[in-house]
Design a protein around this ligand. Structure first.
Ligand SMILES: [Zn+2]
Length: 261
């Protein structure tokens, strides 16, 4: 039975955790899209997880579930996590509220069981993303240990053009090689993360005075048995998760990190 969750995420369609587990579809991959219910309702009335789940619903052979911080077990019960093939994470203001035990369970699922993990935008500083990347950090790299996930700048001062950097990568499939998204929040290099195995997309920021600056936009890693994908676009006051190219990148990213079944 489906329930409508009251509260901040009142309009977000959610399914109670017990019921979602019971509804696990035979033979299908399951993706859980998590967010923290802090996106402005005039831009994302169903929060970020609702918009991302909407982009993923056309994936064939996938069951798409939303989860959020305010739910029991912070949206990710052990039972749900164990049946999740890909976890997509968007967080910003409430990183510190995420339980360390949940973070440990997520890292274990990625590293030991091959669950895919997708981190979006401000989740560059989310506990599970940082913890999963530290699993592959070089020993003795003090800057990485202290500042993993940090970008060099965070400013709403430019417009962004996304460009394929590795056009043959599966994450670029069906996406225009170059597209504009307009005004954005600029995350500037350097991005303190372990060396990625692929960078399917980079971007060019254009400032009002005409000068340009590049940054990595989409990065891929393998951590133990699992794959990890970070996509930088997705500030909560920009409507970028409704863009057709961004939606295709989200679908491709989920499929790329998915474990083989
Ligand atoms: Zn942002």
């Amino acid at each position: 039975m489906k329930h409508i969750i009251l509260g901040l995420c009142a309009v977000a369609v959610a399914v109670s955790l017990c019921d979602t587990v019971a509804f696990a579809a035979e033979g299908k991959h399951r993706v859980v899209v998590w967010s923290e219910c802090t996106a402005p309702a005039n831009v994302y009335p169903n929060d970020i997880n609702g918009a991302v789940a909407d982009a993923l619903k056309t994936l064939k052979g996938w069951e798409v579930i939303t989860a959020n911080l305010e739910q029991p077990d912070q949206g990710i019960s052990d039972e749900l996590l164990k049946s999740t093939d890909v976890l997509v994470w968007w967080g910003h203001k409430k990183h510190a509220k995420v339980n360390d035990d949940l973070v440990k369970r997520i890292v274990k699922r990625v590293k030991e069981d091959g669950m895919g993990f997708v981190s979006l935008h401000s989740a560059h500083y989310a506990k599970p993303f940082k913890a999963v990347l530290l699993e592959i950090a070089k020993p003795g790299d003090e800057e990485m240990q202290k500042r993993v996930g940090s970008w060099g700048a965070y400013k709403c001062d430019s417009a962004v053009k996304i460009m394929a950097k590795d056009a043959d990568h599966p994450i670029c499939k069906g996406v225009e090689k170059c597209f504009d998204l307009g005004d954005t929040e600029r995350y500037g290099e350097k991005f303190i993360v372990p060396e990625p195995e692929a960078v399917p997309f980079e971007c060019e920021y254009r400032f009002p005075d005409g000068h340009m600056e590049k940054a990595r936009q989409a990065l891929c890693w393998t951590v133990g048995k699992g794959k990890v994908f970070y996509f930088q676009t997705g500030h909560e006051t920009c409507k970028h998760y409704y863009d057709a190219n961004v939606k295709q990148i989200l679908r491709n990213g989920v499929e790329w990190v998915a474990p083989n079944k």
